[in-house]
Design a protein around this ligand. Structure first.
Ligand SMILES: [Cu+2]
Length: 69
């Protein structure tokens, strides 16, 4: 399944990399596309292995406010 997340507080490509790495560390992640300008991320994942909430929790854990859209 594919979900979009609003991600607030990213200021540079390092922030993007941190969010990407965090999400990619979860099981079942297939594709992560983070957009700094739009302040969002689109994640494709296997919903039998990971939930949208778990992805949002990870983004929060690495330091950014997020919301599942
Ligand atoms: Cu940054």
């Amino acid at each position: 399944m594919k979900k979009e997340f609003a991600i607030k507080g990213m200021t540079c490509k390092h922030c993007v990399a941190r969010v990407e790495e965090g999400i990619n560390s979860l099981p079942g992640i297939e594709k992560v596309k983070i957009n700094l300008k739009k302040e969002n991320g689109v994640v494709k994942f296997d919903e039998s292995q990971v939930s949208p909430q778990a992805i949002a929790d990870k983004v929060t854990e690495v330091g950014y406010a997020t919301e599942v859209l």
